[in-house]
Design a protein around this ligand. Structure first.
Ligand code: BEZ
Ligand code: FE
Length: 308
């Protein structure tokens, strides 16, 4: 390299550095202005949330050097997510679920007092009011699954039963669909029930053994899963919300022990303590007592609430 070449190269490097420096300064200025614009937000919590959101969004764009085309694709994706929402479908909750955000928020704030039932995500299918049911009612109104009895008590960690507690239950049918997904094949309220515990805090109902199912993949969330090479399955489960006066409510599931996808739930919602035996039971007189065909499966577990 001649001296002249070296001088030219040094000048070019200097120019590149100063361009980079200038653009980084401009980038920082945009972030500063956007953050400063929020300083008059009256609600301090809202101000904190918006400020952190802007800072993290800007950091994301800076770290990934987000391009204009990618920004347009992201806007298109979020627009399609909103457009996929209906009265019976919540694609934004689904998006939050598959990104692990729902479970993260749940884990940050879920109930974890020793001995109480752990919580997990609500999911997008608690959209309709569960019908009131009597203890022992059948919630699988279609009746083409493996018969199952679910029983337990709502109680406190020290064993005190909670009579009059409300247990809201919802589950997919034997084919892996919720009633709202298949209104042509399932009556409204299929797989759902609102039960009130008896004087011993006990609840029980008859249903079918749930099966693993794919979360809906015919919308933008399905496109995202496919692009990232992920399967859409959730392990078999039944949802519960238990509430009792003077106690913190719990939103949770029970998962079928030994079932598929327990270690790769599409929405990251499995906790070991929520995996329960659905015990195969071959006992004609017990089946008669419960009013189910023999053999059947029996899941027994307690919903344990924390005093407020
Ligand atoms: C559900 O279990 O109902 C569910 C939860 C998260 C995403 C999709 C479905
Ligand atoms: Fe579910």
């Amino acid at each position: 390299m001649t001296t002249e070449d070296a001088v030219a190269a040094a000048a070019a490097t200097e120019e590149a550095v100063s361009t980079t420096t200038a653009s980084e300064a401009a980038v920082d200025a945009v972030t500063r202005q956007a953050v400063d614009s929020l300083s008059a937000t009256a609600d301090p919590r809202l101000r904190d949330l918006l400020t952190a959101l802007v800072r993290h969004l800007h950091a994301f764009a800076r770290e990934t050097r987000l391009t204009q085309t990618e920004w347009e694709q992201a806007v298109g994706f979020l627009t399609a997510t909103g457009q996929a929402c209906t009265d019976t479908r919540q694609e934004f909750i689904l998006l939050s679920d598959v990104l692990g955000l729902s479970m993260l928020v749940e884990t940050l704030h879920g109930h974890s007092a020793p001995g109480t039932t752990e919580s997990t995500v609500l999911g997008p299918f608690h959209l309709t009011q569960s019908p009131d049911r009597e203890l022992g009612d059948i919630i699988d109104l279609v009746g083409d699954g493996e018969p199952c009895v679910v029983s337990g008590r709502v109680r406190t960690a020290d064993g005190t039963p909670l009579p009059g507690a409300v247990v809201d239950v919802w589950q997919a049918d034997a084919h892996g669909f919720y009633d709202v997904q298949r209104p042509d094949a399932q009556p409204p309220g299929n797989g759902r029930g609102l039960f009130t515990t008896d004087a011993e805090g006990a609840f029980w109902f008859r249903t079918c053994v749930p099966s693993p199912y794919p979360i809906p993949t015919d919308g933008p969330v399905g496109t995202l899963l496919k692009a990232s090479g992920r399967h859409p399955y959730r392990p078999a489960h039944i949802h519960f919300i238990a509430t009792a006066d003077g106690h913190a409510p719990v939103t949770t599931h029970i998962f079928v022990a030994g079932g598929a996808h327990l270690d790769s739930d599409a929405v990251f919602a499995v906790k070991d303590s929520l995996v329960k035996d659905f015990t195969p039971t071959d006992d004609p007189s017990l089946a008669r007592e419960f009013g189910v065909p023999n053999p059947f499966r029996h899941a027994r577990f307690d919903l344990v609430l924390e005093r407020e």
